[in-house]
Design a binder for this molecule. Sequence first.
Ligand code: COI
Length: 355
Amino acid sequence: MLDIKITKIETPKAKPTGALGFGKYFTDHMFMMDFDEGIGWHDARIIPYGPIPMSPASSALHYGAEIFEGMKAYLTKEGKVQLFRPYENAKRLNSSAERLCLPELPVEDFVEAVTTLVNLDRDWVPTEPGTSLYVRPFMIGDDHSLGVHGVHHAIFMVILSPVGSYYKEGLNPVSILIERDDVRVAGKGGTGYTKCGGNYAASTRAGKKAELKGYSQVLWLDAVERKYIEEVGSMNVMFKINGEVVTPALVGSILPGITRKSCIQILQEEGIPVSERRITVDELLKALEDGTLEEAWGTGTAAVISPIGKFVVDGKEFVVNNGEIGKVSQHLYDEITGIQSGKIKDTRDWTLEVK
Ligand code: COI
């Protein structure tokens, strides 16, 4: 168990009023803990939210030694606060840490850090439908040396942000640009399966280009052959083609999403065929052209279930399901958010009460 020292804020901040957007507001406190080689993790503490002192030589600043997670805390109608599958995030953080030579963190310590902080700031969990408290655990390498070596000193932190929907469209279908030029830094053997900041830094140029053209995000193709569909900027992707749900297989370059995994389990338990396999952009285009693509949607912690109403590729636009949310996307959204918010009974032991 962590021995967490808590220093409370003197004057709590005013809570935001009106639309929350995504990741714009932060709560009163944050969690912080240091790692030193030979000592391990130490000095677990919760302190008022604010800037952290950093050496200008920090390895996080120069070489992108950074990994993160995304989770959400929800308020149930009984007034309980609960997290969705936090142990999965803890395990994925360790898988990212292993790839980036950052120190791993015992999963129980990860969950204790998150639950203690969320409990302290529990009055920040928003109450409006479709809102939640986004939890952002992250780790940086913080060696003060310009040599490129493994990490000897690291910092693990957790910050909290009350959020609404990730896309301005909410549950209305988004438009996605299929990117032919840029690729994520995500070939086999690379960092595509991790949640490291560098993956997202490399994706911004294409994301910006898509936004300027009025599309929400890009759909990435594989970095080697540029023909297999990988994932969308902040979410995994699923298609319903000819009655079957198809999603790109986890071939090492794709993020193993927790919402993705949960959707697959729900669909399989309901007897809906799901195939995790490689799918080419040509197969998608053919299904768009011959009308066998019945639905498409993204899955992610921030995005939850985000229906896709349009794909754009090589200047041509293809509308999916008349630009409307489909039956499966709506069902998965209702089921996942129902379990997360406590409206639907959690029969799979996916939720953890924060107390
Ligand atoms: C999440 O879904 O939690 C993510 O990490 C996506 C993020 C890049 C906004």
